[in-house]
Write a protein that binds this ligand. Structure first.
Ligand code: GUN
Length: 277
C-alpha cells in the first residue's frame, strides 16, 4: 500500500517546533500580509496565512488594499514596512492586478524581510549556498519528503512546471540534496517518457488530473502541488488513479497545501532571528 503523506500532520510537527522556538525569543516576530483586490482565491489564502500566524502567536496583520491601488502607493507601503523595525516579514500575495509590475514589487521588499523568498537576492542565495529565506511551497515539499524518509540523493526527480514560485526553486532544492533533476514543461516533447523516469515526480502545472497513470513509474513518490476547483471539489494535478502505482503520494487537499502556510510562518520566525540577531 502506498504511503499517504499527510500535510496536516507534518505541519503540526512544524508548528510544535515553532512554538518551542518562540518561547525562547524575547520578542514577537511580526508578519505583514499585503493583498490588492478581492480575487476569491487570494482572499482565502491571505486570510488563512494571517489566521495561522495569529494562532501561532505571531504579530500578524492582513493589509487588504483596493484593487485600484497604484504601483506607487504599493511601493510606498512596502518602503514603510521595510523601514519599520518591528516588522520581520513582508508578503505580497500574487497574482497582482495587471497595472502593477509584480517583479518591481518583489524587488522592492527588503531581502531580510522576504519571507516568500522571491527577491532576486533570495533566489541567488537559493542557487548558491542556500542560506536564504526559501520559497514556502518548495521548502514545505522538502520538509514533507524528509518527514516521510524519502531518499533524494542520487535519485531521478522530475518536476512538471517551471514557475518561479514552485518549479524553479524546487529544482534548486532537490539539486542541493543531490537528486538528478529534470524540469519539464508545456514545450517538453514526449512528456510521458520523461515523467516515467521519475523516482520522485512533482506536478505543479495547475491542470486537474494532468498526470495520468501511464505517466508514472511504478513505485515512484508522487507530489501534487496543483489545487483546482472542479464542480465544487478541490482536485490536484495528479489523477488519483495513479496513487495506487506509487510508493507514497500527497493527497489534494491535505497534502502540500498546509505545508506552504506552515513554512511561511517558519520563514517569519527565521527572518526575525536573522535580522534581530
Ligand atoms: N500566490 C500563490 N502562491 C503564492 C505564494 O507562495 N506567495 C505569494 N505571495 N503569492 C502566492
Amino acid at each position: 500500500m502506498p504511503v499517504r503523506m499527510n500535510g496536516h500532520e507534518v505541519a503540526k510537527a512544524l508548528y510544535a517546533e515553532l512554538r518551542e522556538t518562540l518561547k525562547e525569543l524575547p520578542y514577537t516576530p511580526a508578519l505583514r500580509v499585503v493583498r490588492l483586490g478581492d480575487d476569491p482565491a487570494s482572499v482565502a489564502y491571505t486570510r488563512l496565512k494571517d489566521k495561522r500566524a495569529r494562532e501561532l502567536g505571531l504579530d500578524s496583520r492582513l493589509l487588504a488594499l483596493p484593487s485600484e491601488t497604484s504601483q506607487e502607493e504599493l511601493l510606498a507601503l512596502i518602503g514603510e514596512l521595510n523601514a519599520d523595525d518591528a516588522v520581520d516579514g513582508i508578503l505580497v500575495q500574487l497574482p497582482l492586478p495587471g497595472h502593477v509590475d509584480a517583479q518591481a514589487v518583489i524587488e522592492a521588499i527588503a531581502p531580510a524581510k522576504d519571507v516568500d523568498g522571491f527577491h532576486p537576492f533570495s533566489v541567488g542565495r537559493l542557487w548558491t549556498d542556500g542560506r536564504a529565506l526559501l520559497p514556502c511551497t518548495p521548502a514545505g515539499i522538502l520538509r514533507m519528503l524528509d518527514h516521510y524518509g524519502v531518499e533524494l540523493a542520487g535519485r531521478e526527480a522530475v518536476i512538471v512546471g517551471r514557475s518561479n514560485i514552485v518549479g524553479k526553486p524546487l529544482a534548486a532544492l532537490l539539486l542541493a540534496r543531490h537528486a538528478t533533476v529534470t524540469v519539464a514543461h508545456s514545450r517538453t516533447r514526449d512528456l510521458p517518457t520523461v515523467t516515467r523516469r521519475a523516482e520522485v515526480l512533482v506536478a505543479a502545472v495547475g491542470r486537474p488530473g494532468f498526470v495520468t497513470p501511464e505517466m508514472v513509474r511504478p513505485g515512484a513518490v508522487l507530489v501534487d502541488v496543483g489545487i483546482s476547483r472542479v464542480g465544487g471539489k478541490l482536485v490536484g494535478d495528479i489523477d488519483p488513479r495513479a496513487h495506487e502505482l506509487s510508493s507514497a503520494f500527497t493527497p489534494v487537499p491535505g497534502g502540500v497545501g498546509p505545508m506552504t502556510v506552515a513554512m511561511l510562518l517558519a520563514n517569519t520566525v527565521q527572518a526575525a532571528r536573522w535580522r534581530r540577531g
